[in-house]
Design a binder for this molecule. Structure first.
Ligand SMILES: *[C@@H]1O[C@H](CO)[C@@H](O)[C@H](O)[C@H]1NC(C)=O
Ligand SMILES: *[C@@H]1O[C@H](CO)[C@@H](O)[C@H](O)[C@H]1NC(C)=O
Ligand SMILES: *[C@@H]1O[C@H](CO)[C@@H](O)[C@H](O)[C@H]1NC(C)=O
Ligand SMILES: *[C@@H]1O[C@H](CO)[C@@H](O)[C@H](O)[C@H]1NC(C)=O
Length: 373
C-alpha cells in the first residue's frame, strides 16, 4: 500500500515538473502563445498575433453592434473627438466642423485655426481641436479627456450644465500609422507639449524620457526611432484609449510588463466598445456611412479614400518590419478587434438600410393599392 501510494506520488511530481518546464519553454512571450514564428516578417499568418481570438468574441452583443442615437445637439448631446496622431484625424476633424449637415453649421474664418461651433442656445456641441482647441492638452488621450472635458466645457461655455458625451475616434492600421508617425517626427514634429496627465499629475521625465537631445528628433532614421524604448509611438493607439489609472499611469515599478500590457489592452478594448462611434482610416466610405447611420446626421460631401503612399515609398527591411510589429503588438490586437466590430456594425447597418428600402417600397405599394379602391 505504502509503496504504491509513494509511486503514484512520484509520478505526479514528475508530471508537474515536466509540465512546468514545458510551459516555461513555450510561454516565453507575453501572452503564452506558441513561440513566435519569425519566418515571415511581412507575414499574414504570424502566430504571435493569434491570441486575439480570446479578445474577439464569436458574437458581439446586439447593444454593442447596434449603435444608433437620436442626437439633440441643441440640448445635452456633445460629440467628443479623441484624436490619435497620424490616423487621419485631421481630415476627419475638418469634416466635423466643415462638412456636417447640422442645423447651425460651425462658423469658420480663414484667419482662425478654430471654428465656432455653437448651438442656438450658444452652447457647444463639439469638443475637438477645430472647435474647442486642445482644451485638455495636445492630442489628449482617454484618461485626460475623461478627467477634463466636463470642466473644460464649463469654462468655455461659462456655464455648468448636464451634458451627454459621445466619444468618437478614428483608428488606423498600426504599421501604417507607426511609419507615418516616424516620417512626421523625421520632419521635425515632436508633440512634446502633450501633457500625459494621469492621476492628478503629468508624467515625469524619469517616467517618460525624451528619445532625443535638443529641440526635435529631425532626420532620425528608422533604426534609432525603433531603438528608443520610451518612444510613445509604440502602441500609441492602445495607450491613448486605455484608462491609464488602471496601470498606475506611466510609473512602471508596480506591475510586470506583461501585466501592464494585458491590462492596458483590455481597458482599451473595453473603452472602445463604449465609444458611441469609431471609424477606420482604411475604410473612409464605410466610416462616413456608419457615422451618418449611428448619429442620424449627414455629411454634405462624401469622404475620399486616400491611398497609402508613404509605405510604398519607404522600403523596410524584414528585421525592422519585425520590430515594428513587435513594438506595436497591442495595437495590432486592438486593431484586429476594431476591424471585427467595425465590420459587424457595417453589416448590421446595411441590413437596416435594406429593410428601410423594403419598408418604403411596401408602403408605396400600399398607398398605390389604397389609391385604387
Ligand atoms: C479608471 O480606472 C480607475 C482605477 O481602476 C477607476 O477608479 C476610474 O473610475 C476609471 N476611470 C473612469 C473614467 O472610468
Ligand atoms: C511608482 O510607484 C511605486 C509603487 O508602485 C512608488 O513607490 C514610487 O514612488 C512611484 N514613483 C513615482 C515617481 O511616483
Ligand atoms: C460607458 O459609457 C457610459 C456613458 O457614457 C458611462 O456611463 C459608463 O460608465 C461607461 N463605462 C465604462 C466602462 O467606461
Ligand atoms: C485609390 O485607389 C483606387 C484603386 O486603386 C482608385 O480607384 C481610387 O481612385 C484611388 N483614390 C484616390 C483618392 O486616389
Amino acid at each position: 500500500m505504502f509503496k504504491r501510494g509513494w509511486r503514484a506520488y512520484l509520478v505526479v511530481v514528475i508530471f508537474v515538473v515536466l509540465t512546468i518546464l514545458y510551459m516555461g519553454y513555450i510561454c516565453q512571450n507575453n501572452f503564452c502563445s506558441f513561440s513566435s514564428s519569425r519566418r515571415n516578417a511581412e507575414g499574414q499568418s504570424d502566430d504571435r498575433f493569434s491570441d486575439i481570438s480570446k479578445l474577439v468574441p464569436d458574437t458581439f452583443s446586439p447593444q454593442i453592434v447596434d449603435r444608433e442615437y437620436q442626437l439633440d445637439l441643441d440640448d445635452e448631446d456633445v460629440l467628443v473627438f479623441l484624436h490619435i496622431q497620424k490616423t487621419g484625424g485631421t481630415t476627419f476633424g475638418r469634416h466635423l466642423v466643415k462638412n456636417l449637415d447640422v442645423g447651425k453649421p460651425c462658423v469658420c474664418r480663414k484667419t482662425m485655426k478654430k471654428c465656432e461651433c455653437l448651438t442656438r442656445k450658444k452652447t457647444l456641441w463639439l469638443f475637438s481641436r477645430y472647435s474647442t482647441g486642445w482644451a485638455c492638452g495636445l492630442h489628449a488621450d482617454w484618461t485626460e479627456l475623461k478627467n477634463c472635458v466636463d470642466s473644460a466645457m464649463d469654462k468655455q461655455e461659462e456655464l455648468h450644465r448636464e451634458r451627454r458625451y459621445h466619444y468618437i475616434t478614428i483608428l488606423r492600421d498600426p504599421i501604417g500609422r507607426y511609419l507615418s508617425e516616424f516620417k512626421h517626427v523625421q520632419r521635425g514634429a515632436t508633440w512634446k507639449t502633450a501633457r500625459l496627465f494621469c492621476n492628478g499629475r503629468q508624467a515625469t521625465l524619469e517616467e517618460v524620457p525624451f528619445c532625443y537631445e535638443g529641440e526635435t528628433w529631425e532626420n532620425v532614421d528608422l533604426r534609432s526611432f525603433l531603438n528608443c524604448k520610451y518612444n510613445l509611438a509604440n502602441n500609441r493607439q492602445t495607450r491613448m484609449l486605455a484608462n491609464l489609472s488602471k496601470i498606475n499611469c506611466y510609473n512602471k515599478t508596480g506591475l510586470s510588463d506583461e501585466e501592464r500590457d494585458q491590462k492596458m489592452l483590455e481597458s482599451a478594448i473595453e473603452n472602445l466598445q463604449n465609444f458611441s462611434f469609431f471609424g477606420l482610416t482604411e475604410f473612409q466610405k464605410e466610416t462616413q456611412m456608419l457615422f451618418e447611420h449611428t448619429f442620424n446626421l449627414k455629411f454634405i460631401e462624401d469622404f475620399e479614400q486616400h491611398n497609402a503612399t508613404h509605405r510604398k515609398r519607404l522600403p523596410i527591411s524584414e528585421e525592422n518590419m519585425f520590430k515594428i510589429k513587435e513594438f506595436n503588438d497591442l495595437d495590432m490586437k486592438l486593431y484586429q478587434f476594431a476591424r471585427e466590430l467595425f465590420q459587424r456594425r457595417v453589416e448590421k447597418m446595411k441590413e437596416d438600410l435594406r429593410e428601410e428600402i423594403q419598408d418604403s417600397t411596401n408602403d408605396q405599394e400600399i398607398v398605390a393599392f389604397s389609391g385604387d379602391t
